[in-house]
Design a protein. Structure first.
Lengths: 463, 587
């Protein structure tokens, strides 16, 4: 343990520096281009533009991916052929999402992954010799997955979730390697990362690893069922669910005491996956979870934000038995113990919000927030609507959102943006109404938060 | 670099294009569709916060064909000089993905079994005199209602039509249309909730011994998932269907029924903002090699294809045939030639019932929401001694009383000023309109050809339309209007106002977009342009899908029959043509 003391000291210094960098790094990333005319009498009103860091926009294509007819991929799970099993694992790991640039070739990388510290570009994982993993051996690949160290010995950044992939079994990693080696090689040079000093010094990641990373394959818990163990393996291994759903500390490592209790990443709030009655999955049945992961929606909710990409490239291609295992595992997660108390809107504010809601939202979401299950998301009882952090709901009101198309649910209804129509106070007002009507309850949304998010995701309302 | 050849090229991507593309790609063919307009979706182009903008969509024609690019020239008779229509009026063709399927009402009808044998049926029942043989040029279809029934059914279920069957496999059903041909099964969705005005009409009609039933509607009475797995939402009765896109995804359109499964298919390609110039033929003119087109940047291209299907609005389909030199142009003096022949339309009129004591709230509407009687359609009634053939449905439709468009006022109201305004305010919510929707028979001098003078922006001749109503239409329409007024009077209002259709056909006021004929279906290449599979008699690898196929018009909205003929065509291509390219019917 003594050897870690200097490392901790260095990290504290790093943390101070990085905290100062956070604001600057936001500016380093150009905000998503606001789309479409604000003027409904003129041109079209657009959904958010495709940009490297905005996942929903990549899915603007109509319908599910042509090659994703469900569930032939699922059958690969038990194949004797390592390439076929590797394909299934690559799907389960959602690899294609990060390793494909907007409009780029699959797995050729070069997609910018936005982090609070800067942009990290994903690697080309096709077997191209010059720019991909053509020179990597099976052992190299296992070391990268298991220890976060690339061919040649340099440290990888944990934006590549080796902190989760370390739990994959050796045969699963080898199958993944076999599949990636079977892909056509694509020459695609990775752009230089945009990280400030000292984060651009890769060897420093050894310190991060020493602090926050314990390599080790998944060990089943003999006290639990085989299905639970399979679910735990998928959630904590290839699925790397905690990458979004677990809150992070100042150096972006998981706060394990709050595992899967929900977190904000790139202005999307990943939901609490525990048994929280209001903001978690307490009211969801195992079947609800399976349906959501399979089709991107269920009678209670519709996937939004980064989760759409997970559904599109990953869970919609997984087997029912694996989705069922994930549900079994998630359903036993206990809720957080301490829930903060918060203020709710008064009667006058609720009436004002209701007036906006009835005019603007009720045609699809229903007068009582009942929605049209599996098409227009119900808002009453919805966990995303009631999340403590209202970023997601405010962002969707401002910028709109399109549902993710899947083979099970090919229609992708969309909510148009309202930034052009509602000013900051009105957005806050209707968000507060929705978050506190029909039995919902959530902290107040401030007009200032809307102002802040509008700068990134909407245009000023024209009056 | 030449474009790679495809199995099928589609010229136009509205309802027929989408139906064909879905069916043909499912069968494994590679399909490329050209659309002159752009990509359109509800959230981008007619989203809920602004889709009910009457000024933008209805009056400024946001979803329609731009007549500054191409239009038709018009005259009432061959001895007149035709002039271009510079503002759309009488009919409203769409442009852009989904075509008119985006801004239609969703009125889904089947023609009567007797409509398919209009000539022989009327000859047999009323004798040769009724056809006024030299002037009326009606013909039988080469397909029967029974043959098309499975394809009608397919479209009903694709669209999730809300309605009540009146004839299930020959058994008449109470509450449905007892005159309709036998259906193999009921509609996929129950009728829409009926509003007050149509209910008053239904009651009065029933009391008079007629047979009222809810209008079949491609507006969803409940959430629906069609056989392709595509979902539609429940209608909110906002009253903005016709001339508008549906922001709620509750009106059937290619976007809400087909495109989510079609667009990702690797064997389908859509090219927007591409205008097909013409179908290119081999030197002998007997085989199409593909189409030439102009893309968004004005660059001329050639797309080779094994099959070319014209799937644009029917007027453009006929123009493509004429410009490409496929078939012989129709000559009204001799009656020879087939392309352009039997252009037809519909004749509509209305009756307003005004109340003092009833609030009808006509703004609560949906495109095909209403009560109808079919007692005076087709040959559902005895025409002996009436001096006309054909008929139409009549009924009270609540399509939604949009505020700029709708100003029902009683007779003797001032045309402008304070009195006019007061009359609108007094009557707007106290009125029930009854419409009549009448057939138009085909006549020797109603036809389409290329205008000798006027050209579009790409230098091609405009379509010239020569059309007028004849005595048959006026007698028929007046008869229907009288029947509507009879029911109107039985509805117990203060006043009944009849709005008859009189005089020459006028292209300025909106009537219906149900233009038909010009490349008609038939059993004989001497009297028709296409065979029972919509295949050109002259160039067998060209097919023409649309209302251009109707030998004469019926008293119904055309889309159901257009779709049924299109599915029938797609199946013949898949089943027979692909295996053995060539004429599917030997002349």
């Amino acid at each position: 343990m003594g050897g870690r003391v200097p490392a901790v000291g260095l990290c504290v210094a790093l943390a101070c520096f990085l905290a100062a960098c956070v604001a600057a790094s936001y500016r380093a990333v150009p905000p998503p281009v606001p789309q479409g005319a604000a003027n409904p009498g003129g041109g079209a009103i657009g959904l958010p533009a495709a940009s490297d860091d905005d996942i929903t926009a990549d899915l603007a294509a109509w319908g599910p991916p042509a090659d994703a007819a469900a569930p032939p991929d699922a059958a690969l799970q038990f194949s004797d052929d390592p390439v076929a099993r590797g394909k299934y694992l690559v799907d389960a790991g959602d690899c294609e999402a990060c390793h494909t640039a907007a409009g780029g070739r699959p797995f050729a990388g070069a997609r910018g992954i936005r982090t609070p510290f800067g942009i990290i570009y994903s690697a080309n994982i096709t077997p191209d010799v010059k720019t991909g993993i053509g020179r990597w051996t099976e052992v190299d690949f296992y070391r990268a997955m298991h220890k976060g160290i690339a061919h040649g010995g340099k440290n990888l950044y944990p934006a590549f979730p080796y902190t989760y992939f370390t739990r994959l079994s050796r045969p699963d990693v080898d199958a993944t390697y076999a599949y990636l080696r079977s892909l056509p090689p694509i020459y695609q040079v990775k752009p230089a990362n945009k990280l400030p000093f000292p984060l651009n010094v890769r060897p420093l990641m050894a310190i991060w690893n020493a602090l926050f990373f314990r390599p080790g394959e998944f060990r089943p818990n003999p006290a639990m069922s085989a299905e639970w163990n399979r679910g735990a393996y998928l959630v904590w291994g290839p699925g790397h669910c905690g990458g979004c759903h677990t809150p992070k500390n100042l150096l972006l490592a998981d706060r394990n005491g709050h595992a899967l209790q929900g977190a904000k990443l790139n202005d999307w709030v990943a939901l609490d996956l525990t048994g929280d009655p209001r903001r978690g999955l307490a009211s969801w049945s195992n079947g609800d979870i399976v349906e959501f992961l399979r089709s991107g929606r269920n009678a209670r909710a519709t996937a939004s934000g980064s989760m759409q990409e997970v559904v599109y490239y990953s869970t919609s291609r997984m087997s029912d038995s694996d989705l069922g295992a994930i549900a079994t595992y998630l359903k036993q997660l206990p809720p957080r113990r301490h829930v903060r108390s918060f203020a709710t809107p008064d009667q006058t504010a609720m009436l004002a919000g209701q007036a906006i809601y009835v005019d603007t939202c009720s045609a699809c979401h229903g007068e009582n927030g009942e929605g049209e299950p599996r098409y227009f998301p119900p808002l009453a009882g919805d966990a995303s609507v009631q999340a403590h952090d209202p970023t997601t709901i405010v962002r969707i009101i401002l910028a709109g959102s399109r549902s993710v198309p899947t083979p099970a649910k090919p229609s992708a209804p969309a909510m148009p943006p309202f930034a052009w129509k509602l000013d900051d106070a009105e957005v806050a007002s209707v968000a507060n109404y929705v978050r506190n009507a029909w039995g919902n309850s959530a902290p107040l949304v401030s007009s200032a938060l809307v102002t802040k998010l509008r700068r990134r995701y909407g245009e000023a309302a024209e009056r | 670099m030449p474009e790679p050849a495809v199995d099928v090229v589609l010229v136009g991507f509205g309802w027929t294009g989408a139906i064909l593309a879905e069916a043909l790609t499912a069968a494994g063919l590679s399909v490329l569709a050209f659309e002159r307009g752009g990509w359109r979706t509800a959230p981008n182009d007619y989203a809920l916060p602004f889709d009910q903008d009457e000024l933008r969509y209805m009056w400024r024609h946001h979803l329609f064909q731009n007549v500054a690019h191409t239009t038709v020239t018009f005259r009432n008779s061959p001895d007149q000089q035709a002039l271009p229509m510079r503002r759309l009026g009488s009919f409203l063709p769409g442009a852009g993905v989904g075509g008119g399927g985006v801004h239609w009402n969703g009125q889904v009808w089947r023609f009567l079994p007797s409509d398919f044998v209009a000539r022989s049926h009327n000859l047999e029942r009323y004798g040769a005199g009724v056809l006024n043989a030299t002037e009326m040029t009606i013909q039988d279809y080469p397909v029967t209602y029974e043959e098309l029934e499975p394809y009608y059914d397919r479209f009903d279920y694709l669209c999730g039509v809300s309605g009540k069957a009146g004839n299930l496999k020959g058994a008449i059903q109470a509450g449905g249309n007892p005159f309709e041909g036998p259906r193999s099964r009921d509609y996929p969705n129950p009728p829409l909730q009926m509003t007050y005005g149509p209910s008053l009409f239904g009651k009065a009609a029933a009391d008079l011994g007629y047979h009222p039933f809810p209008h079949p509607a491609a507006n969803m009475s409940r959430p629906y998932t069609n056989p392709l797995g595509v979902q539609l939402a429940q209608c909110t009765y906002c009253g903005f269907c016709e001339k508008f896109g549906c922001g709620n995804d509750s009106k059937s359109s290619p976007q809400t029924t087909i495109l989510p499964v079609l667009m990702p298919r690797p064997n389908f390609t859509l090219r927007t903002y591409c205008e097909v110039m013409k179908v290119e033929l081999t030197r002998d003119g007997k085989h199409a090699t593909g189409v030439s087109y102009v893309d968004e940047n004005g660059v001329l291209g050639f797309q080779p294809a094994n099959i070319v299907i014209l799937s644009a609005f029917m007027l453009e389909n006929v123009r493509q045939l004429l410009i490409s030199g496929i078939g012989t142009p129709y000559d009204p003096r001799t009656g020879t030639g087939t392309v352009g022949k039997n252009y037809s339309y519909q004749i509509v009129s209305s009756v307003n019932v005004f109340y003092d004591d009833k609030i009808t709230n006509p703004f609560i509407g949906a495109g095909a929401l209403g009560m109808i009687i079919d007692d005076f359609n087709g040959d559902n009634f005895d025409h002996t001694g009436l001096g006309f053939i054909g008929g139409g449905y009549l009924g009270a439709l609540n399509t939604g009383a949009r505020p700029i468009e709708t100003h029902p006022v009683p007779d003797k109201t001032p045309k402008w000023g304070a009195g006019f305004k007061r009359a609108i305010a007094d009557n707007y919510v106290k009125t029930v309109p009854i419409v009549t929707h009448g057939a138009v028979m085909s006549h020797r001098t109603n036809y389409l050809d290329l205008d000798p003078t006027w050209r579009d922006t790409l230098g091609r001749p405009l379509m010239r339309m020569t059309f007028d109503f004849t005595d048959n239409e006026h007698k028929m329409s007046d008869y229907l209007t009288d029947k509507a007024a009879q029911i109107g009077r039985a509805m117990g209002g203060r006043e009944v106002k009849e709005n008859k259709r009189s005089g020459h056909y006028d292209i300025a006021p909106y009537q219906t977009t149900h233009t038909t004929g010009g490349a008609i279906i038939g059993a004989d290449p001497k009297t028709s342009a296409i065979n029972r599979y919509l295949q050109s008699w002259d160039v067998p690898n060209v097919f023409v899908a649309g209302a251009n196929a109707f030998p004469q018009n019926a008293g119904y909205n055309p889309m159901g029959t257009v779709a049924a003929l299109t599915y029938h065509c797609a199946e013949a291509i898949i089943r027979d043509y692909v295996k053995s390219p060539g004429p599917l019917v030997q002349a």
